[in-house]
Design a protein around this ligand. Structure first.
Ligand code: UD1
Length: 416
């Protein structure tokens, strides 16, 4: 296992350009299977989740070249493939291949998906969506098989699951007739998937609301698209400046929706403002506690910023409370922060944080992508050296995190 070594205590200052969004590009990669021809994606992040999904797609006959943020895909010779556990387990984004492959080939098969360990992460809502669109679905111990021709209809989601909404869109875009998705998730990444599909000939409206309407088309064609900046990575780098009493200018964020995140940072005493295509954060000497942060589906505070926020509040002045309502086991960061001297108590789905002035360096372990990022933040602010084991998790979503933080003056390095 690789780890990130951090020498804490440096104030982070400078300018960064924001990488492309992981959660936008993964569904777009799955969607490319529906486009007969060439797809060009600009501003694609070079992260292991993308590389893993490209590898998985290659078994389905999708060819790709990826260089300096430009990803070219050719799906002309794509063919059905039953993705086994070794492929499905690589990334949670892989579950979206079910909807996309079923939409194109009228058959799809996959073992149960992987991804970060942040709860049970079942796929019952996905399966219900497929059934509502006419799938003959068989669930076996080793995975799910879909057959039949997707037929437009009414899809009712009992919870606004991001992935299930995306799978509904992917399965319905080339279905016969019109589909109405009620109770859809409203995350910006869903809007982005729909925009991408529309650029390839899809007829989707209502994205960004809880009612998405899709008129099925006969097929999609090749297209060119630019992936937007990653709102969670943006939040993480702004947080890095905040925990070190620094100042950062994050370029390429003009169109990036930072709802919930910036309000929270302001409550902690940071000065945060937008200027042209950038967001600028100026941190106070010490952050202030925030009494009640609750994660929930968009537009509320994102669960993907929860761990980083807990790390920030561990050093803030006063007492904070953070409640996680999206994933049941997403507090893997808490015992690790305690090893660094944090005063945090967990009761059920909430953590109560009494901010300490200083954390100290320690050897800690990432349990998922965002807890890894959070521990790096804690290490940047801590006294002495911190080793965060599990760099592999962080590389799933952050492009060269050490190089990027290094440009702001951090002393971090990846080691074996
Ligand atoms: C996506 C994001 C992830 C983010 C999450 C919530 C990607 C690749 N990942 O994950 O970064 O943290 O949205 O914003 O875009 N659930 C079920 N049954 C299902 C599906 C989901 O019970 O069939 C539950 C999950 O266990 C979880 C909750 O619903 O508790 C939210 O999951 P969902 O919105 O589906 O998240 P993902 O699409 O997996």
């Amino acid at each position: 296992m690789s780890y990130v070594k951090i020498e804490g205590g440096n104030k982070l200052e400078g300018e960064l350009f924001l990488q492309g969004s992981k959660n936008a590009v993964l569904p777009i990669l799955a969607a490319s299977i529906l486009c007969r021809g060439k797809v060009m994606l600009h501003h694609c992040p070079d992260i292991s989740d993308v590389r893993n999904l490209l590898y998985t797609l290659s078994f389905s006959g999708v060819k790709s070249t990826f260089k300096e943020g430009l990803l070219e895909l050719d799906t002309t010779d794509a063919k059905p493939y039953r993705f086994g556990p070794e492929l499905a387990g690589k990334t949670r984004g892989g579950v979206l291949l079910l909807g996309a492959c079923w939409g194109r080939f009228h058959e799809a098969g996959m073992a149960y998906p992987g991804g970060c360990v942040i709860g049970a992460r079942p796929i019952d809502l996905h399966c219900r969506v497929f059934r509502q669109l006419g799938a003959i679905l068989t669930e076996e111990s080793e995975g799910v098989m879909l057959r039949g021709c997707p037929a437009g209809g009414r899809v009712m989601l009992s919870y606004p699951s991001v992935g299930a909404t995306e799978n509904a869109v992917l399965a319905a875009v080339c279905a016969t007739g019109t589909t109405v998705i009620c109770g859809a998730a409203r995350e910006p990444e869903i809007t982005e998937l729909c925009r991408f599909l529309n650029s390839a000939g899809g007829r989707i409206r209502g994205m960004g609301t809880s009612r998405i309407v899709i008129e099925g088309v006969n097929g999609l064609y090749g297209t060119e698209y630019t992936v937007s900046g990653d709102r969670i990575v943006a939040g993480t780098y702004l947080a890095a400046a905040a925990v070190t009493a620094g100042e950062v200018c994050l370029c390429g964020t003009g169109q990036v929706c930072l709802n919930g995140i910036l309000e929270c940072f302001r409550k902690m005493g940071n000065r945060v403002y937008r200027e042209g295509d950038s967001v600028i954060l100026r941190a106070p000497k010490r952050l202030r506690a925030v009494p009640g942060i609750v994660t929930a589906p968009y537009p509320a505070f994102p669960t993907d910023m929860q761990s980083q926020t807990v790390a920030m509040l561990a050093m803030a002045e006063g007492e904070s409370c953070v409640t996680e309502t999206v994933f049941e086991s997403r507090f893997g960061v808490v015992p690790e922060l305690q090893r660094m001297g944090a005063d945090i108590k967990r009761i059920g789905r909430s953590v109560f944080i009494r901010g300490t002035e200083h954390l100290h360096g320690a050897t800690v372990t990432a349990t998922d992508l965002r807890s890894g990022a959070a521990l790096v933040l804690a290490g940047l602010a801590a006294e002495g050296e911190t080793c965060v084991a599990g760099y592999e998790y962080i590389a799933r979503g952050y492009e060269d995190i050490c190089g990027t933080l290094g440009r702001l003056g951090a002393m971090t390095v990846v080691a074996e």
